[in-house]
Ligand binder design. Structure first.
Ligand SMILES: [Zn+2]
Length: 404
């Protein structure tokens, strides 16, 4: 089967491409990108006025299946993904049971295939049960289809064990994704330490705790020579350490999430549980540093940390509410705001949301080079819509962006 995407603005940073052109797809592969292709046997899709780019890849989502299907399933999560422009997602292993063995990895892939929407790439646990005590079977997990390893939701607190994980992961070419949090400082905290903790009278989570954890990971990457990817960077201090590590040639990559460049801790005022997230929303200075780091290359990826929760976990006292917000359907519009404000170019946006995640995870996509898999996102950058519960495909509606 052939598909011809006609007359869109084609943006592919992997080939330095930004021009009006047609994209011809044949048998699921990119065949050609040229002005005015004619292919009589192709299904033609008019893309005039639209952006055509390599499919967006969200390398950090929580799909909640198995175990918490009332919050999200692989089917509803991938529905939200494609509605948000993502052709692929990497799902974190903190399910119930956690994805610490090949059986769970295979179950996730089977469910994803049944849903038939976005590609799903399972991220498996670094440690058994995410307990931080002993390593999982990296080889078996890779063979079952895991693309990376992380204990996301929890840090691996034992530096010796993390060193071992990095050394072991190198043998299997499995990237390690670090949830960088110094628990000794963050434990019992609910919001950013500073304005929010003072105003709400809640225990705070200091920015320095994230920075300490990121520094440790950078040193372990240096020690082992194994790349490490830092998840959900939220602080100015964290950004500074990544910038220094990169300047020294340490193999570190990093992501942030749309809420860290769109909101500050003020969103939690009034005990707004939809703005409760870990790491917490930070100060305006942090937000500005994150935006600068997205523009200058210190941060490599925008990932959502899509974390669905039902009203059960959110309509309660702030201290008891679960951490996390959904993000698959609001990520692209929020990132486009940075383009509109001329902080990043459209091409940089595509790098952050497609090319770089594909490279870091070593998965297909992120490029329109001939012969590449035809994962394509087409979107209208000018279209306006309002985020309301009915418009969202995710099973959960916990987002601080309702009404935006
Ligand atoms: Zn995390």
């Amino acid at each position: 089967m052939k598909i011809l995407l006609k007359g869109g603005r084609v943006i592919d940073p992997s080939q330095n491409l930004d021009q009006i052109a047609d994209v011809l797809i044949s048998d699921g592969k990119i065949e050609a990108i040229l002005p005015n292709i004619s292919a009589e046997d192709a299904r033609v899709i008019d893309c005039q006025g639209l952006i055509v780019c390599p499919g967006l890849i969200d390398m950090h989502v929580h799909l909640r299946e198995p175990g918490e299907e009332w919050k999200e399933t692989i089917e509803t999560g991938t529905k939200a993904a494609v509605a948000g422009g993502f052709t692929a997602v990497a799902c974190m292993p903190n399910t119930k049971p956690p994805n610490d063995n090949a059986e769970v990895t295979r179950f996730i892939l089977k469910k994803a295939e049944e849903a038939g929407l976005a590609r799903v790439y399972p991220v498996a646990c670094i440690t058994r049960g995410q307990k931080g005590e002993s390593l999982t079977e990296f080889g078996e997990l890779k063979e079952a289809g895991a693309v990376a390893l992380s204990d996301d939701g929890y840090p691996v607190s034992d530096a010796g064990l993390m060193r071992l994980a990095l050394e072991y992961a190198k043998n299997f070419d499995l990237p390690i994704i670090s949830h960088s949090e110094e628990l000794a400082l963050s434990k019992g905290g609910h919001v950013n330490e500073g304005l929010a903790s003072a105003k709400l009278g809640l225990k705070g989570i200091p920015a320095e705790g994230e920075a300490i954890a990121i520094f440790r990971e950078a040193m372990l990457a240096k020690l082992t020579g194994t790349p490490i990817h830092i998840a959900h960077v939220s602080t100015k201090e964290g950004v500074e350490i990544i910038r220094r590590a990169k300047a020294e040639g340490i193999p570190v990559t990093a992501e942030t999430a749309p809420h860290y460049f769109s909101l500050t801790e003020e969103a939690t005022f009034g005990y707004q549980t939809n703005a409760k997230v870990n790491p917490p929303l930070r100060s305006e200075a942090d937000r500005e540093a994150i935006i600068k780091a997205l523009a200058d290359g210190t941060l490599d990826v925008i990932a959502t940390d899509h974390a669905p929760h039902s009203p059960l976990e959110k309509l309660c006292e702030f201290e008891k509410a679960a951490c996390g917000l959904i993000g698959l359907e609001t990520a692209l519009p929020l990132a486009l705001r940075l383009v509109r404000e001329k902080v990043i170019s459209l091409s940089r946006l595509v790098e952050l949301m497609s090319c770089n995640p594909a490279k870091i995870l070593a998965v297909p996509g992120g490029s329109f080079k001939p012969g590449e898999v035809a994962d394509v996102t087409v979107f209208d950058p000018e279209k306006r819509w309002v985020v309301d519960e009915k418009a969202l495909h995710s099973k959960s509606k916990n987002t601080p962006f309702l009404g935006w």
